[in-house]
Design a protein. Structure first.
Length: 149
């Protein structure tokens, strides 16, 4: 469950230099590396209500994102809708907010220790990008690696 909360946002930390390079070099792939820590989470228990999660319940989250040196550079905000309770599967949508723009991320969360999500677009310097976001748990944070094209 902790992995689901950390993973959701997937979303992420991007250094300003790398983000600028993405904007200038949209024809080349850019690799971004960052860390995400768990922030506030709200659980929405939709009917049928109960002690256990059921299909249709939602998680709403906001997670801070950091560079590898610990400087905060943004946050990601999103929701996950549980589509199957056992084993848990959730459809997640998040927006990674950075000074250079936003990245939109979609994922089918299955609770595995590492996941790959789709970066389906962005705004600002990320307006024409797409790619993948790979996550893995590392202590109290998630390591997030994004490859943009």
């Amino acid at each position: 469950m902790r992995h689901l909360w950390l993973l959701i946002g997937l979303a992420a930390v991007v250094s300003l230099g790398v983000a600028t390079a993405v904007g200038r070099a949209s024809s080349r792939a850019a690799a971004l590396h960052f860390y995400e820590r768990q922030g506030p989470i709200t659980f929405v228990d939709n009917p049928p209500k109960g002690k256990q999660s059921t299909a249709g319940d939602e998680l709403v989250f906001t997670n801070p994102v950091y560079t590898r040196h610990g400087g905060r550079v943004g946050s990601d905000h999103g929701t996950c809708t549980i589509v199957r309770a056992r084993p848990r599967v959730a459809q997640c949508t998040s927006t990674l907010q950075l000074p250079q723009g936003q990245l939109m991320i979609l994922e089918l969360e299955t609770g595995k220790p590492s996941n790959t999500a789709a970066v389906v677009g962005g705004t600002g310097q990320f307006a024409a990008v797409h790619g993948t976001l790979t996550t893995r748990t590392a202590g109290k944070a998630n390591v997030l690696d994004i490859v943009l094209r």
